[in-house]
Design a protein around this ligand. Structure first.
Ligand code: NAP
Length: 274
């Protein structure tokens, strides 16, 4: 079992459709011992059965990353219940609705600050605050999206946050590398989750990606989960500061595949047709 003997914490499970759940499941199946967190009481009751299913044995703690005191409390709970930790999953993002549709130029400073705080700064804060209990080969994983590299309609503010998150991954990787700690990101293709529901025209993104990705599919939380588990495990011990795409290959495409009919008229494949 690849994760046998590994202990860690996973932040960002909202429900069983969450990417973090896919990662947790893959880790649990490979023998990891883990703790998971919930945002507030509203989610505590809903997530308790998920914590049981993942064999957390009561390691189920509140953590709103916008509240520094809750991160400090999380560290103390983890120290008490797990001792040292070998992996941390940061699968958290939030932007106010105004930042996920409409004109980019109209985004308020307040919305910008909230998105950067919850979606980016929280990774730095988690790395720093949990570092005292990290083992000497701990692996940290965060989740990004292609909208942080190229323009994607409606992704707007979250695109800027993901760009910052990807560079944060690299700067943290360099800084913590001297302590043996690795920091990587998965850039996942679009998946229908609670967070994704907030993005304008998300169903079009799904259609477009499956039509134009080399594998002609959208990725699943199981696929992202398995790749995440690899990055948390010793199998990736030589990998840090990496933005690893799990997107059915979509990011390599510079132009959609085009076929020409007998009159030389171009036809762009759509919805998986050839
Ligand atoms: P999700 O299931 O809704 O997960 C997002 C998580 O962030 C939720 O558990 C949410 O908690 C948590 N969160 C928000 N604000 C928080 C706060 N202040 N403190 C602690 N937790 C907070 O959606 P997901 O799609 O799996 O998203 C996970 C990550 O993957 C995000 O970084 C997202 O940007 C990224 N990603 C998603 C896609 C996609 O298409 N779905 C693609 C690429 C990357 P509550 O639900 O309890 O509010």
């Amino acid at each position: 079992m690849i994760m046998q003997g590994k202990k860690g914490v996973i932040l960002g499970i909202a429900n069983k459709k969450s990417i973090a759940y896919g990662i947790a499941k893959a880790c649990e199946e490979q023998g990891a011992t883990m703790a998971i967190t919930f945002l507030n009481e509203r989610f505590e009751e809903k997530l308790a059965p998920v914590a049981d299913e993942l064999n957390c044995n009561g390691r189920f703690y509140p953590c709103d990353v916008s509240k520094p005191e809750e991160i400090a409390t999380l560290r103390e709970s983890l120290k008490k219940d797990l001792g040292e930790i070998d992996f941390v999953v940061h699968s958290i993002a939030f932007a106010p609705k105004e930042g996920l549709s409409g004109r980019f130029v109209d985004i308020s400073k307040e919305a910008f600050d909230i998105a950067m705080d919850i979606s980016v700064y929280s990774l730095i804060e988690l790395a720093r605050e949990l570092k005292p209990i990290m083992s000497s080969n701990c692996s940290i994983l965060t989740l990004s999206y292609y909208g942080g590299v190229k323009y994607i309609p409606n992704y707007n503010l979250m695109g800027v946050a993901k760009a910052a998150l990807e560079m944060t991954t690299k700067y943290l990787a360099e800084d913590l590398g001297k302590d043996g700690i690795r920091v990587n990101a998965i850039s996942a293709g679009p998946i229908k989750t609670l967070a994704a529901a907030g993005i304008g025209d998300f169903s079009f993104m799904l259609k477009w990606n499956s039509a134009h990705a080399p594998l002609k599919q959208n990725v699943t939380i199981e696929q992202v989960g398995n790749s995440g588990m690899y990055l948390l495990s010793n199998l990736s011990s030589g990998v840090t500061g990496e933005i690893h795409y799990v997107d059915a290959g979509y990011n390599i495409m510079g132009m959609p595949a085009v076929k020409f009919d007998e009159n030389g008229k171009p036809h762009i494949a759509w919805n998986g047709e050839n």
